[in-house]
Design a binder for this molecule. Sequence first.
Ligand code: R5P
Length: 289
Amino acid sequence: MLSGVPKSFRESLKNMNVEIVNPIRKTFPDGEQYIRIEGVESSTEEVFVVASLYPLQDSKLIELYLTLDSLKGLEIAKIGLAILYQAYGRQDKRFLCGEPVSACVLYKPIAEYCDKIVVVDAHSKHSIECFDGKKVENVLPHGYMAKKIGLKVDFVLAPDRGAIERARVLATELGTEYDNLDKFRDRVTGEISVSEKELDVKNRRVAIVDDIVSTGGTLAKAVEQLYKAGASKVIAIVTHALLVGRAIERLEAAGIDMLVTANTVERSSRPRWLVEVDIAELVMEQLLK
Ligand code: R5P
């Protein structure tokens, strides 16, 4: 069963001969969603649901709840869920007094329905813990994407401390050194700043690794700092390229050479420097494990 899955991912599943069931979907006159699953027998041993929760996060989440509960009603023995993009994953703690832990509010109920959960590049260990202590397979696709496009770099950089583990994993796979920048986000205005750091990147090709590029602010600041430090080429490998607002202009102005991303979200604009890598095989491998 697929929910909000990008076209290219869907096509790959078809090419892998995965049997796809599309629920009947309707919208009531007042705007509420309706789902009904046909073509799945109660005796079916295992059903996989593959969902991407961007764009239209709220409505995609409702659709996912309804899909999982429909399967529960059909008494399917095992339900496996792959979340290609985990919306609300970044609000994984109470950063300011009076805030909710949105990720826990939304994913705790989802976990109850599932026997197996795979998330593609979850934002943090907290956003995974929100699945109510269920075992979650967190798939980091950076190495897979780098290999698929034959990427050659000399250095890997995390744009903030949160991405350091991603940088370590990718650098180990590519056999390069790695480092991280220190980013600060004003939790009220959303404004970010990156502290200046001496980086040993003169005349080197650098890959910046991260989970999400949204407004492009984080990535653009890292790209600028790398060029200032003498990098010869700056490539970004970021799993989920949302590219909202002025992100494309911002990254272009910073002089990014290439943005390598996965097909975890459907996007409307594709600048010439964006390279999308199909990760359907990698996700299915994890689901079938
Ligand atoms: C934050 O910790 C994330 O890992 C990303 O770096 C961040 O969400 C990117 O957002 P933006 O593109 O808006 O700077």
